[in-house]
Structure formats: structure tokens, C-alpha cells
Design a protein around this ligand. Sequence first.
Ligand code: EPU
Length: 337
Amino acid sequence: MNRNNLAIRRNVSLKPYNSFRTQATAAFFCHPKTNEELMTILKEFSNEKMLVLGAGCNLFFTKNFDGLIIKPDMIGIKLLNETSEFVDLEVGAGEDWDRFVEFCVEKGYSGIENLSLIPGKVGAAPVQNIGAYGTEAKDTIVKVNAIDINTGNFISFSNKECAFGYRDSIFKYNRQYIITSVVFRLNKNFRYTQKYADLNHEMNNIRHPSLRQVREAIIRIRSHKLPDINELPNAGSFFKNPILTQREKEELLVKLPEAPFYPSGNEAYKTSAAYLIEKAGYKGLRKGAVGIYEHHALIIVNYGTENGRDIVNFMHEVQQAVEEKFAIRLLPEVQIY
Ligand code: EPU
């Protein structure tokens, strides 16, 4: 097979492929449906620059991409193991994340219900170790299967080898691997444990919430707080929550005595980026076509620009305002290309 026989498109607009809806063009674009198709494409385009896209919900473009964009489209949920306690499921990278969560809740498999309604594809879940309401993808991931772009071979990563951290994994820095499927271990026996204030509050009237009730509560909280990408383009949380040392925490408390803190490992404390942005006066503030969402200060929303530079400029302004006021540098969680 040569280039002409492959399902490759040229000069493709990336606006539909990033949830911020910024405009850029990719020289080549493909969405392989099988591992074999992906391997053939990799061989044929081995000299090309490559970028892998999921649903594009955590990134945006500021310039054209002069290479090949790969959007893995391998789908399917396969039962690998089952005991009286758990199931191991192998899920194609191209499966919609929330469809997979719904599948698990329907079957009574617990572990990812707190990650309901997170936009994106299954293949993107390990990359930034998606997390919400006291749960992270890493808690249920057993294995990540990928193809090594450099060798064209299959490679599997155990949970430990993925080096997961807060919104972090080796896949974030090592762009040499294309995730083809992810293996999750889910529990067949569900018992609700209180992990997150917002969720406990929503569960207040229910003594023994079911898996379905937890999913529904999460959907209610998220729909209320986070803007719909179809109505107001955005990429979810724009910044990471900063992790401070004991000393930095004390310094911040002098300026903001009410600042929230969550323990985050050894002598480390996570604080809320949303809180800092709000206290810097940016919640609901709009500059031209870009602004901070009125109901949640961690979300940058696009009111109508196609130019990713406008978002970057606004990001710099927010970073500078927070740094000047509170001596903390916010770092983007969203990937910028
Ligand atoms: N807060 C404010 N102002 C606001 C919003 C929040 O001060 O406008 C403060 C409050 O003190 C609140 C605290 O921030 O109690 C935490 O807010 P929230 O529960 O909404 O969580 P978050 O820290 O802002 C993180 C994740 C979200 C995830 C939620 C729920 C990151 C970068 N973000 O946000 O993930 O849904 O927790 O667990 O860790 C995403 O990554 O795209 C994302 C949406």
C-alpha cells in the first residue's frame, strides 16, 4: 500500500477537532480504525512530524501543523478476566470516555463513576491521568497498550511504568507512543466512600447511594459548574491546581487566610487555582473574545475568536495577575500547539 491508497486527508481544518474551536490547518490527517492500519500509516509517513489527537478537549492550536495528525479510532470493549470481585476490560483508544463510564455503571462495575461526563477519548485518559471528585484514572488502569512510533512495534506499560502523577504520566512528555487500548480493572462490589465535599453534599439525603446515583450526582454537579463546549468553547480546567510547600502555604495564608488546601503527599499542599483567579478579580471577566467563565474561575472560555494566540495572551494576563498578587505561578493544564 502507498500513500495514495491510505485514508489520508490533506490540508484539513483543525477547528472541529479542538474544543476551543481555534483555527489551524494540518498538512495530513488520518483516523485509523485498526492497529494494522495505524502501523501501515506510520511506515509510510515515517519522516513526517506527527501529533496524536483524542477528542481535542484538552488542547488548542495557535498555528498550522506541518505534519500528520493521527486520531486513533480503534473502538471496542473486551472482557479479559472476570472473578467474583473484579473484571478486567480492554477498551479501544477511540472509545468515547463517558460512553465507557456509562457502560460500566450499567453493568455494575465501579471505579470510574466519579469520572462521569469528562469529555474525551479513552486513549487520552492515561495521558493526563484524568481526575475528578477524589478519583483519578490511574486508580483503575492496569495496563496501557501502545505502538512505538520509532520502531513500529507494540509495547505495553504496567500501571507503574506509566509513572502517573497529578494530571501527569510518561505519555505527556514522551510523544513516541501512540496509545491503542487501555486495560481497566473495575470492582464488581460497590460501596460509596466519602471522598469529596461537593459530592458528599450532593449525596446528603441518600444513605447508601447506588453506582447510578453517584453517576447522576456527578453529572448534576458538572453540568451546573462547567460550560458546555458546544455552547461556549473551552477546554475544561485551564490551569493545574498549584502544589505548595509548607512555607509557600504559610506565605499564602498571610495574604489569603481563607485559601483552601488539600494534602498532597509529603509536606506538600494543593491549593485551588480557581480560588486564586477569583481573588485576583478575574472570575467572569472578559477581554475581547476570551474570558473566565462566570460560574467557575478555572475555565477560560472562547466567546468567538478563531485565533489561539488570543487565548494565550489572555492566559499570560491571568498568570501575571495571580503572580503579582500571590507570588504563585499558575501552569496550564491544557496543551498548547
Ligand atoms: N473555587 C473558587 N472559585 C471558583 C471555583 C472554585 O474559589 O470559581 C474554589 C473553591 O474553594 C472550591 C475549590 O476551588 O471548593 C475546588 O473547586 P472544584 O471542586 O470545582 O475543583 P477544581 O479544583 O477547580 C478540579 C479539577 C477538575 C475536576 C474538579 C472536581 C484540576 C485542574 N481540575 O477542579 O477537572 O472536575 O476538580 O474534582 O485538577 C479538568 O481537569 O478539566 C477538570 C474539570
